[in-house]
Design a protein around this ligand. Structure first.
Ligand SMILES: Cc1cc2nc3c(=O)[nH]c(=O)nc-3n(C[C@H](O)[C@H](O)[C@H](O)COP(=O)(O)OP(=O)(O)OC[C@H]3O[C@@H](n4cnc5c(N)ncnc54)[C@H](O)[C@@H]3O)c2cc1C
Length: 457
């Protein structure tokens, strides 16, 4: 259905995760009459499910929220000032660097908290909220009754309405098994993870064990416990870590598995991990699973032929290793709202497709590329080797490399080792060979001397 009368335009958003509710609030503020359809009521969205993911976001995604007039949580969440990285493999401790974020902070807000607070604002401003599990049959009359219908039901839900884009989808299966758990017990001062960076608990920390997978710790804002820490682990198919992750069945067991993992494989960070405690009031403070990275088509159609637009994880699903999913959904939501507010014609298949293609070009394709780089995808393995060695040799390049999580577009033109060398030279102002010539293997990572007596949680 279409109308060009801007004062009466109607929009429906299916799914009240952070992408859906952010777009709904934006459309409401842009003058649309907006209805959000959710399979769960507000209380259940907050308290009966785990967070969809860690949802660490950086400067560009925060700018998208600001552009919609929404709070960024910069004043509430513990901030990340950079990322420290350690790479081990073949029994060797190989690469060690500390990358400062260049002009922005990272922050990870519980997706349940953000969606809940945005839903409250949406209702206060006159938005309509309907608790209904929308089926493809039910979607048809909804799309018929609205000028614009956004489908933001996550990776499952109604995503099957949108055809997989085989030209952009490179994996036929998940590349890692995931385990995450949120905990308390650690503060953010310089004594926490001091062996990784003088910035201590202001950094998040990433460790790669080539044969097993990756582990990450970072400051987090939990819906009940407030400032806390999140662990996120990736296990390679067939690895010991994969077996361990599969055994998690509660927050307590996930926490135990992570503690044992650090004792057995990542002992340099063990004292901090031993200081952490499960969040007793939230039985959903953990999650396991796997994500197949998938690009879908931006426009789908209901049985009656009404066009609907995919948003957030419904449109593009990323492995979380480079923290792109939540960021992508927020930026896509802001772009869609801005374009819809300015558009006077129908929100037809051509309009939806044009917005989506522009978004893929603007960010999503580069976000997927950086994700592949951090996943050690064989196609990017040699580029990754050069980048990580340059980061270890030069703090300017370390900063540039970790800042690709915020602006993945920096990797757009890097498709070969020669391109990688060009970027290293552009960032450092030195010949890449000179920078790489300074690289020395780590030898042995410094071990944590952290003691709980030295900090407060
Ligand atoms: C382990 C892990 C870690 C992650 N870490 C990061 C990170 O650090 N940084 C980052 O940017 N991204 C990260 N991500 C990705 C990020 O969490 C997701 O991209 C983001 O939260 C998805 O939001 P969404 O609103 O698109 O979908 P969802 O949060 O899945 O919301 C979809 C909503 O739709 C509802 N729904 C489903 N079906 C229906 C239906 N038929 N009718 C009505 N409602 C329906 C669901 O109940 C849900 O509320 C991570 C993901 C994982 C798995």
């Amino acid at each position: 259905m279409t109308t060009s009368n801007t004062s009466t335009r109607k929009a429906a958003v299916i799914g009240a995760g952070q992408a859906g509710i952010t777009a709904a609030l934006g459309l409401l503020d842009a003058g649309f009459v907006v209805t959000v359809y959710s399979e769960r009521d507000q209380r259940a969205l907050r308290d009966s499910v785990p967070a969809t993911g860690t949802a660490l976001i950086f400067g560009e995604a925060q700018a998208a929220e600001e552009a919609l007039g929404l709070p960024t949580y910069l004043d509430r969440a513990p901030l990340h000032s950079g990322l420290t990285v350690r790479v081990a493999g073949g029994g060797e401790e190989l690469i060690d660097f500390d990358g400062a974020f260049d002009g922005f902070h990272g922050l990870a807000v519980d997706t349940r908290l953000k969606a809940d607070e945005r839903l409250t604002t949406f209702l206060e401003r006159g938005g309509r909220f309907v608790v209904d599990t929308v089926t493809p049959e039910r979607l048809d009359p909804i799309a018929a009754d609205n000028d614009l219908t956004l489908v933001a039901t996550g990776r499952g839900g109604l995503s099957g309405l949108f055809e997989i884009d085989e030209t952009r989808t490179v994996y036929d299966a998940p590349q890692r098994s995931l385990l995450t758990v949120t905990v308390t017990g650690l503060g953010y001062d310089e004594s926490v993870f001091a062996h990784r960076s003088p910035a201590g608990g202001g950094r998040s920390g990433f460790s790669i064990v080539a044969e097993q997978g990756e582990g990450w710790w970072g400051p987090y804002l939990h819906k009940d416990a407030g400032p806390s820490w999140a662990f996120l682990g990736w296990a390679r198919p067939g690895s010991d870590w994969e077996k361990r992750f599969a055994a998690a069945d509660s927050a307590e067991s996930a926490h135990r598995i992570v503690t044992d993992l650090y004792r057995d494989y990542l002992d340099w960070d063990l004292p901090e991990v031993l200081a952490t405690e499960v969040i007793a009031e939230d039985p959903h403070s953990w999650l396991k699973g796997a994500v197949r990275p998938v690009f879908r088509r931006g426009a789908g159609h209901t049985a009656g032929g009404h066009p609907v637009a995919a948003l957030g994880d419904t449109a593009v699903a990323y492995d979380p290793i480079a923290g792109q999913g939540a960021q992508s959904g927020l930026i896509q939501a802001q772009r869609l709202v801005t374009a819809a507010a300015a558009h006077e014609g129908p929100f037809d298949t051509a309009w939806i497709t044009a917005q989506y293609e522009a978004f893929l070009e603007f960010r999503a394709e580069d976000a997927a590329k950086v994700t592949r780089l951090f996943l050690s995808d064989p196609e990017f393995a040699e580029i990754g080797n050069q980048f990580f060695a340059a980061a270890a040799a030069d703090p300017r390049f370390a900063s540039a490399l970790v800042s690709t999580l915020h602006r993945p577009q920096a990797a757009h033109s890097v498709n070969s080792v020669a391109d990688a060398h060009e970027l290293i030279a552009a960032v450092t102002g030195e010949d890449a060979a000179t920078v790489l010539g300074r690289f020395r293997p780590a030898g042995r990572f410094s071990r944590s001397q952290y003691s709980t007596a030295a900090t407060t949680a």
